[in-house]
Design a protein around this ligand. Structure first.
Ligand code: X3X
Length: 332
């Protein structure tokens, strides 16, 4: 076959395959189930719904993300396991729940690290965290976002708490990850892990003496209606959620849709942080109008109590805490 004819056959083949890909991309449809534990009244839920709607619209219906709040589907550790298994599933949980697969994320989500939302957001944009995300992808977790911040977590109890000694013997509900259990234990209480769905009844029935969560959680899930009317402003953990999908599922998605999905989740987090910053003052006022009382705490005493947690755990990158503190010091 002469050169000219060979070239024209090759070109026809390339055009055909591009055409098929384009057609495939145009015919492409994917439904993903997105699971989280937040109630529909909380901003996290609203933000996930808004991002899903925007992705559906911008992909002309090709990418349909069905959102499931309040742990209707597997959530927490079980939700992350769905991602690891390669399910068509998006898990929205705080980074402590991917810490079992990439321990360095337990350092990112360690207690009393951040003084503001912005410090955390800036840290997520560093090479240090980019390397952690690359490692997560190797472990089967593609991270689409890390900064769906839902507020600093405080102690929410029946009695006023000011020092670690005040927590002695008190059962405090936490989510089920090691980070929370270690944090509340080090702060002086008896960590009592429960799924969110069992938490308010446990408080009502006196199974626990209190819980810890953000002011947005307090308002959004009506914790304030129960007996735990005292909030100790410990700010012991910055509550934030990441958005996780299987790399196997991700790479099957046509690039043009990947770009839309990534852009919308990135924008959704930026919008949510701005919203919570503007809303926090009003949330505190509204909680106070329901009889919630806020108090300061002996921050130095809690920092001292939490210091042992900045020790590298199994699987962590040597010096990870030093790297995190260096980045944060550089911002201050
Ligand atoms: O993994 C996502 C959150 O960190 C889980 O925190 P949790 O179980 O205290 O739930 C927060 C509430 O706002 C849920 O409504």
């Amino acid at each position: 076959m002469n050169i000219k004819r060979t070239l024209s056959v090759l070109c026809a083949g390339v055009i055909l395959s591009l055409g098929t890909q384009a057609m495939a991309a145009d015919d492409y449809k994917l439904t993903l189930k997105l699971s989280h534990v937040f109630s529909p009244a909380e901003q996290l839920s609203k933000s996930m719904d808004a991002v899903a709607a925007s992705i559906l619209e911008k992909t002309d219906g090709a990418i349909n993300i069905q959102t499931f709040p309040q742990a209707q589907l597997p959530a927490y550790k079980e939700g992350v396991e769905q991602v690891i298994r390669g399910a068509k599933f998006i898990s929205v949980e705080d980074p402590s729940f991917i810490g079992d697969y990439v321990p360095d994320f337990k350092a990112l989500y360690a207690p009393m690290l951040y003084r503001s939302y912005d410090e955390y957001v800036k840290l997520t944009q560093t090479k240090l965290v980019a390397d952690m995300k690359a490692n997560a992808e190797k472990q089967g977790i593609k991270i689409l976002a890390l900064d769906y911040i839902y507020g600093f977590r405080n102690l929410i109890t029946k009695k006023v708490i000011k020092t670690p000694a005040d927590l002695k013997g008190m059962k405090i509900r936490t989510p089920g990850s090691k980070t929370y259990i270690d944090t509340i234990t080090a702060m002086g209480a008896i960590a009592t892990p429960l799924p969110w769905g069992e938490t308010l009844s446990a408080v009502q029935q006196g199974v626990v003496d209190g819980l810890e969560g953000s002011d947005f959680t307090n308002l959004g899930t009506k914790v304030y209606e129960g007996p735990t009317k005292n909030v100790a402003n410990t700010h012991h953990i910055l509550g934030t959620c990441g958005v996780y999908i299987s790399p196997k599922v991700w790479k099957e998605i046509p690039a043009k849709y990947q770009t839309i999905i990534q852009d919308e989740f990135t924008k959704g987090a930026t919008d949510m942080v701005a919203l919570l910053k503007s809303q926090h003052g009003g949330v505190v006022e509204e909680l106070e109008s329901y009889g919630v009382k806020f108090n300061g705490v002996d921050e130095a005493a809690f920092r001292t109590a939490l210091k042992p947690l900045y020790k590298e755990q199994a699987g962590m990158t040597p010096g990870i805490f030093k790297s995190v503190f260096t980045e944060l010091d550089g911002m201050r």
